[in-house]
Design a binder for this molecule. Structure first.
Ligand code: AFP
Length: 313
């Protein structure tokens, strides 16, 4: 169901959407609390209000960096739900246990691309949700994934395994449905190449040349969330942050960045691979496990896997 611009939208808000799909009530609570947390995060981004100016912040401590503040806001709201077992944040060196009996656990990057705020580019929060206390499981075990994109508009995209759906924050700071069941076409006409080309391996170089020879347009913002959002909302595209000659593991983190986005993209009919294996099948070696990523239009993901098999095995 897509709400046409200008029509009086049937205001299906996030909580109603989750309830109408009969999602677990505790999972609905977690997702809605994350939506609430985003109101405070967007306020801090927009106003630069990191708490009391000068000597302290709203926690009565030295002013926080935006990503640390976003981390604190999310932790506080997640603890408030009463259903969280453990939390693994990109801002923390270890997994924090909240309640060993908790129903769900969270992996998240509170403000991915935070350095882009200074140049007024879009940034985002990325979240993966697992049942139980263990988060070092393959991404295919996630029960939900979402991101919140703080751009010209504030949007939230989520999946619980029944499609990928987009919401936008309205004037009342509520999220209302924009479109359900996003779909990614098989072939990309746009690509976002991370890393530096002089460090590309033969297969990655051949892949990018292949995309360019097809007339694919380069669209790269330096923010994982806006770049993936572009693939989902445009309905086609490829994002790659590949293995580089001096960075064989790539840059992006499996737990906080790749797994949630892989879930969202697969639910929209796309694919996500490290070049040799489905991202969601990779067993995390630790909370800071990094992996190369090729994510987006399915036939192009298959193409890079074939090039790596042929040129780099
Ligand atoms: P930061 O979170 O350190 O700003 O990095 C953002 C990011 O992890 C991801 O959002 C981008 O896709 C990627 O790094 C961009 O990396 P490059 O700056 O090397 O292109």
């Amino acid at each position: 169901m897509t709400i046409e611009p200008g029509t009086t939208p049937f205001q299906v808000d996030l909580r109603r959407h989750l309830r109408e799909r009969e999602e677990d009530r505790d999972l609905t609570r977690v997702i809605c609390e994350l939506a609430t947390a985003s109101r405070y995060i967007i306020y801090s981004i927009r106003t630069g209000e990191l708490g009391v100016a000068g000597t302290s912040n709203l926690y009565g401590e030295a002013q926080l960096k935006l990503d640390v503040l976003a981390d604190r806001i999310i932790r506080k709201r997640m603890t408030h739900t009463g259903v969280i077992a453990s939390i693994a944040s990109e801002e923390d060196a270890e997994v924090r246990v909240i309640d060993p009996e908790g129903k769900y656990s969270l992996v998240f990057d509170p403000l991915d691309g935070s350095s882009l705020v200074d140049v007024n580019l879009a940034v985002g929060t990325i979240v993966g949700i697992y049942r139980g206390a263990d988060v070092l499981k393959p991404g295919r075990e996630m029960v939900a994934a979402l991101y919140i994109l703080y751009g010209p508009r504030c949007t939230l995209v989520y999946t619980t395994g029944n499609g990928t759906h987009e919401f936008a924050m309205n004037a009342l700071m509520e999220y209302t449905l924009v479109q359900e069941d996003l779909k990614i076409a098989d072939r990309a006409s746009m690509y976002a190449p991370g890393g530096t080309r002089n460090k590309y391996t033969p297969a990655v170089e051949a892949f990018v040349s292949h995309l360019e020879s097809r007339g694919s347009k380069l669209r790269y913002s330096g923010g994982f969330v806006p770049d993936i959002n572009q693939v989902l909302i445009k309905g086609q595209g490829m994002f790659l942050y590949p293995h580089l000659t001096d960075l064989p593991q790539g840059k992006l983190r499996l737990l906080y960045e790749l797994n949630p986005m892989a879930f969202l993209v697969e639910q929209a009919g796309g694919a996500a691979s490290n070049g040799r294996q489905r991202i969601l099948d990779i067993l995390p070696e630790g909370i800071d496990h990094r992996q190369p990523v090729f994510i987006g239009s399915k036939s192009d993901v298959a193409k890079i896997e074939e090039l790596i098999r042929t040129l780099e095995s």
